[in-house]
Ligand binder design. Structure first.
Ligand code: FE
Length: 176
């Protein structure tokens, strides 16, 4: 039976506290607004990310990835799935013939190795990515040359926020 049929007061809020062990929610107003440049962590030349949720308890991270003109997100392999939603601009992978346009949803299955490039006619792209597990940076033949995971992301955020004067602890608000 649909729940609504048994609920005489559908607009009455839940009357009890959340579970004592539940983690606090994260709310980031205007996450896409570019008012405060300090929110964007530099990751490579013309590549920045804005942390939204750094989930160390489950090993994934949600972030806005920003790549400006002629930026390249280095070739990497995903052992776990990635979900992406393009909020602005356009990009493609050197390994595929499709383009991710503004408004596109992209699922990257485990096993993908790819190189993200923003074409020259796009000044800037921003994509919301949920990345699970790790990104394994590699050469064109799959030999590993580096990696990122939620812990390297947290370290980068702490260093960045310390650097821009917000303090390393500023990263804590994104960590669960
Ligand atoms: Fe990727």
């Amino acid at each position: 039976m649909p729940v609504a049929e048994t609920d005489a007061n559908p607009r009455t809020p839940y009357q009890y506290p959340m579970p004592a062990d539940a983690l606090p929610e994260i709310v980031i107003p205007d996450a896409l607004a570019e008012g405060d440049e300090r929110m964007w962590v530099k990751q490579a030349e013309n590549v920045y990310f804005r942390p939204l949720c750094l989930n160390r308890s489950q090993g994934y991270w949600m972030n806005l990835l920003k790549v400006t003109k002629s930026g390249v997100l280095s070739r990497h392999r995903h052992p776990n799935p990635v979900h992406g939603f393009v909020l602005k601009g356009r990009w493609h992978y050197l390994e595929h013939d499709w383009f991710a346009e503004e408004g596109s949803y992209v699922f990257e299955p485990p096993g993908e190795t790819h190189t993200l490039v923003v074409p020259d006619d796009v000044d800037e792209m921003i994509t919301f990515f949920q990345v699970n597990g790790a990104m394994v940076y590699c050469d064109p033949y799959g030999k590993q040359i580096g990696y990122e995971d939620v812990f390297t992301k947290i370290d980068m955020c702490r260093a960045h926020f310390e650097n821009v004067g917000l303090g390393a602890d500023y990263a804590d608000r994104f960590i669960r």
